[in-house]
Design a protein around this ligand. Sequence first.
Ligand code: SF4
Length: 464
Amino acid sequence: MQDFIDDLKIKEILDRAARPERSRVEEIIAKARELKGISPEETALLLQTEDEELIDMIWATARQIKQAIYGNRLVLFAPLYIANYCSNDCLYCGFRRSNKELTRVALTMEQIASEVRVLEREGHKRLLMLCGEHPSRSSLDYFIEAIETAYGVKTEKGGEIRRINAEIAPLGVPEFKRLKAAKIGTYVLFQETYHHETYQQMHPTGPKADFAWRVTAMHRAQDAGIDDVGIGALFGLHDYKYEVLGLLFHALQLEKDCGVGPHTISIPRLEPAMNAPAAIRPPHPVSDHDFKKLVAILRLSVPYTGIILSTRETPAIRNKVFNLGVSQISAGSRTNPGGYQEDSSEGFRAAQFNLGDTRTPDEVICDITTMGHIPSFCTACYRLGRTGRDFMKLAKPGLIQKFCRTNAILTFKEYLLDYASSSTRMAGEERISRLVEETPNARTRQTISRRLTKMEKGQRDMYV
Ligand code: SF4
């Protein structure tokens, strides 16, 4: 598998799209409303649009698409950093090998289990497990043992982790097969930047310096049978318009070669990190306005790919972009291994980057509920084998919605019964009652009501 990102082609597409005609932009927005996605050339025309009226139309369309495909759901997860040793020297990362001030940690299995207990007691069911890239301190054996450990942790009230997504350095097909056998959900890997020259500057040494090995990782994961993959770019390293097209070309290549595009796209923006020059002074900072714009345009370009927003962003920005197409969010995150157990005033000494949203998961859940979203802890598709192409077959005709909405309500109820503070419970119960009333199909309404009653009587882990 060869590197398929063509810098020149992306640059030409962006140059050709400069100063787009209003009528053409309106046509593309209308096409996007059909929920079939738009091409890189069309995406470039939207990216080059500076007319605020048209940008308002892009935002409105992104909201419509988000509603049509995902409804008000926001799926919650927590990142779990297990080790911060790293043999790379990425200029934007606190874990980089030349950061001598970082407290290096590789959690033991007992420490990992303790972290997971904390997360389960906060109500989390879905983790993203991560570590630095280091041959001995973050080996695949270690990572797989950590996954097994985390799945094995059970706490009171049926607390358990039901899906672990994995973010680990690119592997070969045999190693990806081992990762699949460990029952991961999505394999997540960010290209960081799709611009080759910037990539070389940002990754001066270590195995990560190999752009092609990284950009083809998702193809190898698919070859190994991992059909849910998540791509991402770290916004701020290069021109954001270029990165959006890079993500799109990556998605299209996967669709062409593997029959299914990425399950998710992550859109982290650079945040300050200890002794990481590119994070302290981003080479191409992305303003809040442009960030909103890029989220909305991605929603129009790849409507069926989930968009993940992390706690790098502040609550104010998070609240603004949820409606524009975000479908998954982290909450209560720590980016230092061991950070969930300790009171983290010293945690920054071991952290990958600083956080913009430091609220507890319960505070986030209360806020998003009040704003009209439905917090979801659903893991049903993964557990029922609705992944990859099978997932898309259901998602594209709009069938997945019918499972997702019900499962969001049921898993939210589980959270309210077992983990919520009294104010969150009050807001949540009110929201669930309204959602049940608003359920258009009478049979679905009855099913949800019956299951909610069973949950009140003690039953758990119900999904369709
Ligand atoms: S970004 Fe990843 S690979 Fe690079 S230094 Fe940080 S942990 Fe290591």
